[in-house]
Design a protein around this ligand. Structure first.
Ligand code: KG4
Ligand code: ZN
Length: 333
């Protein structure tokens, strides 16, 4: 069965064709990053306009690349939240229109749940129960997945998402947007020896807070600049990254232990971070935990994960009503 997936919740216009929820036939992603770069972050109104411009040709491209005709698509899945309202409206409206025109069911997908399914796409042997850590520019969630469609959100960020903190730190270090990849690269040349925060005020919980850490970097940079001193950018990048990864690692492996599972999956753009991958791999080996993460192109926003997730949702609950509306603050339950 062929599923068309649509993803427009942030700044990637993405359409994919997936077979039976697990085989990618096409996965077209148009990043708007160059349109937002000069603003130092995603401008919601601009993102919505870019989605509108791009979406129809991208549907055609995804079908062409997959080598399928519209009448072969049997299900249309689209992200309906969480995300930026204007972008969500573009993708959701298009998906509903296609479902009506092609006379096939439509299913709305939670974007965070979609990120989890990137792992099922990449690793067909993966089965719940598992812990999933989803870390991206918009979300930081620690999730216990008992079975398909059954989730318990153990923890989330109380302020900035992990990727958002990377982006803001990169900005103050003059590394451009998006900040994750350049911070990751620069951190390799630095020493993680600067203490930025004294204590973890959420220790013992599963929640995260990255805003204090980010502010510590910003304040330190400003102080040094005011005194005319050199900013040790590589050491700051390394120290910041070490702290973020340590916090994520501690929470994730504690959840694995508490929930008595043996599988941990990572997803979201920050799961592309090289130190994160390295340290999670080492810790998983040390504890005998099976660690999964998707390849880079499935870590960041894409529509293949939405199609895969939509397939499982549809199998479990059937189609969504056509009056389903966008939910910018949608939560996973
Ligand atoms: O999943 P994603 O593409 O979009 C959202 O749903 O937000 O994630 C984008 C985020 C950005 O904040 C970006 O800076 C971060 O992922 N990111 C990274 C790395 N690559 C991307 N963060 C840390 N290290 C990386 N290598
Ligand atoms: Zn995302």
């Amino acid at each position: 069965m062929l599923i068309l997936g649509v993803e427009t919740s942030c700044d990637e216009t993405a359409v994919a064709v997936v077979e039976d929820g697990c085989k990618i036939r096409s996965n077209v992603i148009l990043s708007q990053i160059d349109r937002h770069r000069k603003f130092g972050g995603v401008v919601p109104e601009l993102a919505a306009r870019c989605h509108l411009e791009a979406i129809t040709p991208i549907v055609e491209e995804a079908l062409r690349e997959a080598g399928v005709l519209p009448q072969e698509i049997k299900l249309v899945a689209a992200t309906y939240g969480p995300g930026l309202i204007g972008g969500l409206l573009v993708g959701l409206s298009l998906a509903k229109a296609l479902s009506l025109a092609w006379k096939v069911p439509f299913v709305g997908v939670n974007h965070v749940e979609g990120h989890i399914y990137a792992n099922f796409l990449a690793h067909p042997d993966l089965t719940p129960p598992l812990i999933c850590l989803t870390v991206s520019g918009g979300h930081t969630n620690l999730i216990y997945m008992a079975e398909h469609g059954d989730y318990e959100v153990l923890g989330e960020t109380r302020d900035d998402a992990a990727g958002e903190a990377f982006d803001k730190v990169a900005r103050v270090l003059g590394l451009g947007y998006p900040g994750g990849p350049p911070v990751d690269r620069l951190a390799r040349q630095g020493k993680a020896e600067i203490t930025l925060v004294q204590q973890d005020r959420l220790a013992g919980t599963y929640d995260f807070s990255f805003s204090g850490l980010k502010t510590a970097v910003v304040n330190l940079v400003h102080r040094l600049e005011q005194k005319g001193e050199t900013v040790p950018t590589a050491d700051l990048a390394a120290s910041f990254q070490r702290q973020v990864v340590s916090t994520l690692l501690e929470r994730a492996f504690r959840a694995v232990e508490d929930k008595k599972v043996t599988t941990l999956a990572l997803s979201g753009g920050v799961a592309a971070n090289s130190e994160l991958r390295e340290r999670f791999t080492q810790e998983a080996a040390r504890r005998g935990v099976k660690l999964y993460y998707p390849p880079l192109d499935l870590c960041t926003d894409n529509a293949a994960m939405i199609a895969a997730c939509g397939y499982f949702r549809w199998q479990k609950q059937g189609s969504s009503p056509l009056d389903l509306t966008v939910a910018p603050r949608l939560r996973l339950t």
